[in-house]
Design a protein around this ligand. Structure first.
Ligand SMILES: Nc1ncnc2c1ncn2[C@@H]1O[C@H](COP(=O)(O)OP(=O)(O)OP(=O)(O)O)[C@@H](O)[C@H]1O
Ligand SMILES: [Mg+2]
Length: 343
């Protein structure tokens, strides 16, 4: 019998119609219970060793999606598959493997590090949970190696988190995240809280580690230039849904969803004369509350292209010009975002 080898093109992580809802009390009448659909049916695939960038305005569900992937939120619908296996069906053994294979790095490295533990204890904790994965040369030597690998002096191993700068604290978080040799790291705005120069160093470190360990990243960020720099693929989220996803350069050069067009038109360009680009589009109004999302296409209340059908029919993701877009008029949007076009 021929053993089947895993398909190299199969996604490492696949979200299929993922939903995460929260039951809350009405902000106006406290006795009324309501439901927030923070993640409202997301399809997404992350390839092994690649980076999927995720962008979208505050409150669109990025962190909730990230937390569901690492098991910190319970999905209310759909499925999460890792290496072909559905996470929700995982038995105890599979769960332990997942807890090793999927790690997370948080925005605020201070809040995610226990202030009463030393760096050595913080990193070493991972082997309390997975003693079978303790390296042969022992914890101590491995902690030294990890600290050196992320650019921290091992002499600082007995210090506490508050004795480090923001950038150094993020390196502690990264050392802890790679200690078990995971296959995927979910990064929720890992550099947003850092100074610009420290951001670049941290991003370089993440890129090196990706090469070295064949890591895949799901990389959430507010800064669109950072996302372009670090990602292979991109997912643009709006109110709990993905409105456009595909190769990062395909979307940056010519977005096909009106929301992506507006979002990307706001990026400052370092050399404006070198790149022909459509004029900036400023979106009117705030993001609607996910407590009462608009009917039809959730973006229609702010869309500069909206027509009747957009108010009644919710568009699904469909392939258009090398990416997937959820817009009834994606072809028309593409012509508007063409270099040199007048939006
Ligand atoms: N535990 C919770 N209980 C109730 N509502 C929640 C909870 N967590 C998140 N939400 C709501 O879910 C929606 C999505 O929140 P989420 O934090 O995922 O957004 P985000 O895209 O990460 O935003 P940001 O860019 O500000 O980090 C928001 O409306 C938020 O208020
Ligand atoms: Mg968030």
């Amino acid at each position: 019998m021929i053993a089947s080898s895993p398909d190299p093109l199969a996604p490492l992580l696949a979200l299929d119609n993922l939903r995460v809802s929260f039951a809350i009390r009405s902000p106006i009448l406290r006795r009324i219970k309501m439901q927030v659909d923070a993640v409202a049916g997301v399809d997404l695939a992350v390839a092994p060793g690649k980076t999927m960038g995720v962008v979208g305005e505050s409150g669109c569900g990025k962190s909730t999606m990230a937390r569901a992937i690492v098991g910190l939120e319970r999905p209310t619908g759909g499925s999460i598959r890792f290496a072909g296996e559905a996470i929700e069906d995982a038995d105890a053994n599979a769960r332990r493997r997942l807890a090793r294979d999927i790690q997370m790095i948080f925005q605020d490295p201070f809040a995610s590090l226990n202030p009463r533990k030393t760096v050595a204890q913080i990193i070493g904790e991972v082997w309390d949970v997975h003693p079978d994965l303790t390296p042969e040369h022992g914890r101590e030597r491995e902690i030294i190696r990890l600290m050196e690998r992320v650019g921290l002096s091992p002499e600082m191993a007995s210090r506490f988190p508050h004795q480090f700068s923001g950038g150094q604290r993020q390196r502690i978080g990264i050392a802890r995240a790679i200690a078990l040799r995971p296959r995927l790291i979910v990064c929720d705005e890992p550099v947003s809280a850092l100074d610009v120069s420290v951001q670049a160093q941290t991003l370089n470190l993440l890129a090196e580690l990706q090469q070295e360990f064949g890591l895949a990243y799901l990389f959430i960020a507010h800064d669109l230039s950072v996302v372009r720099h670090i990602s292979d693929e991109l997912a643009v989220m709006y109110l709990g849904r993905i409105v456009e996803t595909g190769p990062v350069e395909t979307i940056y050069q010519q977005p096909a969803h009106p929301y992506s067009i507006a979002l990307l038109s706001a990026i400052p360009v370092p050399r404006p004369w070198a790149e022909e680009r459509p004029p900036r589009i400023v979106l009117e109004g705030d993001v609607p509350t996910p407590l009462a999302p608009p009917s039809g296409c959730r973006f229609h209340t702010r869309c500069f292209m909206a027509r009747d059908v957009c108010r009644s029919e919710s568009p699904s993701l469909r392939p258009v010009a090398g990416r997937n877009v959820a817009c009834h008029f994606a072809e028309e949007a593409l012509t508007r975002s063409a270099p040199g076009a007048d939006a």
